[in-house]
Design a protein around this ligand. Sequence first.
Ligand code: DOR
Ligand code: ZN
Length: 440
Amino acid sequence: MWWLKDVWVIDPSQKISSPQNVLIQEGKVLEMVSSITEEEVLNKAQGEEVETVNGQGKFLFPGLIDVHTHLREPGQEDKEDIFSGSRAAVRGGFTTILAMANTQPVIDKRALAEFVRLQGERAGYAHVLPIGTVTKGMHGQELVEMADMKEGGVAAFSDDGKNIQNAEVMRLALEYAKLTGLAIISHCEDKDLAGDGLMRRGLASGRMGLKGIPASAESVVVARDVILAEETGGKLHLAHISTAESVELIRRAKARGVNVSAEVNPHHLILCDEDIRLTDTALKVNPPLASKEDREALIAGLCDGTIDMIATDHAPHTQAEKSRPFAEAPFGIASLETALSAVYQYLVLPGKISWERVIEAWSCLPAQRFGLSGGTLKPGTGADMVLFDPDFREVIEPASLVSKARNTPFLGKTLQGFPVMVWVEGRLVQKNRVVLQPEH
Ligand code: DOR
Ligand code: ZN
């Protein structure tokens, strides 16, 4: 049995943000009480050994659920694989991750989804749930066998990495996905408007002489997709929202009652186009880092609930790929191990967003929206949880990262506030920043 003693619990699912004592038994939360004596704990343990953790000065919250990670397996294991990616997840405070379908081959069949799920189980760290593609081969033409793929365990459908350009295909996808109850996750990017742009079009792209992607490349598809979700009643989730215009479109759609949710990535909340340097391809990401005004609108949208959740869009690439010139390097930021700390340091500490809202947006709401277990510390639920030390500082160094990827803008920087213990179903998987060996 675990006794997390005098720890500040943040559990938005129960509207708790206060000092508590949390008892974990047989992988589940047994109870949460504001005070308890050692004798009472020993009584409840009934002879079982009690591991006591002094939680003073630390936070305990439900393990984070990341609905947008690229784990690259099958097919691109030089970038990442399910073992390394799910280890990186628990190091960063994530106990459930949804694996994007743009692997090689893409996850467009039940057997492939089952493979991803099984590899996650074999790894034994975070829960890994596959996302299936929306269209066969991710070609944007023919829908996958959605019901069959749901049987195979997919948590949602997405052609992420590519937009579904054909509006009729998107409409049909929303219509058919209703039969499964699962969401369509849309990567909103009009291919023609985006062209071969490299960063957000604006003053910064002009100054740098880099081809720009207009903000409209995202927002016209957001507008299209909320209209289609409204017409069909389908369940729509918008990935990596990055512009002020998109936030406003979502706000208005929600006011009309459209079945839409949205996520924002930490890098869009923290960085902007002016941070981009030609020599640093770590900041080359899609959608591109936007303007300061966009960033403020995203933070406001996250605070007021227009944007439901945070997701990393962990997009690992090899050093060789990211060492190419800016124009040729692939888009993507690897972020599972730094995302939570970066959000804590750059947004929570300066008071731009409340810590409670961050936890809600990264655990409780993803669980609710995607119908997943976790995201709560209610008694009786599996103990997926994070002990977070707000004073812990760490230099982000290549050697300490367990992800295969190094394409993070925080390399060499010191971040403050890290998960120091992480449990998955009551099993300790990370202690003092070190990922432990799985038990099997
Ligand atoms: O930056 C990105 N990288 N954006 C995407 O949409 C896809 C992702 C990837 O797969 O590398
Ligand atoms: Zn995407």
